[in-house]
Design a protein around this ligand. Structure first.
Ligand code: PBG
Length: 327
């Protein structure tokens, strides 16, 4: 005696409580990583023009920033440094008293409640803005590797909890793992930017980190946005080389890749919700064209649904505050 010739999917959508009960994916503050741009100098708190709400700060503003993040319950920061001086070989990146190394020490002195993830790259420190040393108008893979290793080791010595190499050289996980182990840091995990596309969505970040390449582009080391199998190969190598986490970057245009990673590799998958993705939403919401909170929560929840376990996002503070409101 059936009443219906069809399924009643709306049964499970009847009330907010019921919808919450059957919700498959939930966004939590504990999923979020907040990127910080630390600039050399004093009393600097300067808003990035293409990223409203995101600031470059000097070390004297770091403590109050950390207090705010702790109050919000954000578990981790990802550190980028902007040095006063740059050179051909990015010396500031592996200076034991470089800006990021100082920032790490300062945070660690203040608290053990916040995980410090160090972005390991040279592009903010090189005069040419590329992620390694230049030979013949291109980044020399094997000559760059030892500099990335030195950078990672100085970051670990300063107290970094996780090393996140974003340089996209071949073999960087192998070499950095070896370097960390030899320096006594076999317990420090590597969060590899395994799948990093040569994306136009990094534009605002390059303003924020002052890392625009002075010639050419990054297409000989970052990946072609058209490729999926290449992502599988990159991640496969990094996992074999010992990566503990894999990052997919950017996130929004690469949800299929996040899902591929989740299905293929039993390691935590990290989505990097990059600068251009932030700026687009900010611009539209500042114009009153979209509802910022609703759009951001929908986007980040979708990244989790796609398979991300962790999300690096410039919206972390906003999301944490919104989630606090709700509860
Ligand atoms: C450094 C690095 C970049 C980003 C993170 N690490 C820039 C780049 O590769 O050009 C981009 C992050 C963002 O756009 O939010 N190699």
């Amino acid at each position: 005696m059936t009443m219906n010739e069809f399924d009643r999917h709306r049964r499970l959508r009847k009330s907010a409580t019921l919808r919450s009960l059957v919700r498959e994916t939930k966004l939590n503050t504990s999923d979020l990583v907040y990127p910080l741009f630390i600039v050399e100098g004093e009393t600097i708190k300067s808003e990035v023009s293409s990223m409203p709400g995101v600031f470059q700060i000097s070390l004297d503003y770091l403590d109050e920033e950390i207090d705010e993040l702790l109050t919000l319950g954000i578990p981790a920061v990802l550190l980028f440094g902007i040095p006063k001086e740059k050179d051909e070989v990015g010396s500031g990146a592996y200076d034991p008293h470089g800006i990021v190394q100082k920032a790490i020490r300062q945070i660690k002195q203040k608290t053990d409640k916040l995980l410090v993830i160090a972005d390991t790259c040279l592009c903010e420190y090189t005069s040419h803005g590329h992620c390694g040393v230049i030979h013949d108008h291109d980044v020399d893979n094997d000559k760059s590797l030892p500099l990335h290793v030195k950078t990672a080791v100085t970051q670990a010595e300063a107290g970094a909890d996780i090393i996140a190499p974003s340089n996209m050289m071949d073999g960087f996980v192998t070499e950095i793992r070896k370097g960390l182990d030899e320096a006594g840091f076999c317990e420090i995990p590597i969060m590899s930017y395994a799948v990093k596309y040569a994306s136009a969505f990094y534009g605002p970040f390059r303003d924020a980190a002052d890392s625009t390449p002075q010639f050419g582009d990054r297409k000989t080391y970052q990946m072609d946005p058209a490729n999926r199998l290449e992502a599988m190969r990159e991640a496969q190598s990094d996992i074999e080389e010992g990566a503990d986490f894999i990052i997919v970057k950017p996130a929004l245009s690469y949800m299929d890749i996040i899902r591929e990673m989740r299905n293929a590799h039993p390691v935590p998958v990290v989505a990097y919700n990059v600068s251009g993705e932030y700026s687009m939403i900010k611009a539209a919401s500042l114009n009153g064209w979209i509802d910022e909170k609703a759009v951001v929560i929908e986007k980040l929840t979708s990244m989790k649904r796609a398979g991300a376990d962790i999300i690096i996002t410039y919206f972390a503070k906003d999301v944490a505050a919104w989630l606090q409101e709700k509860s």
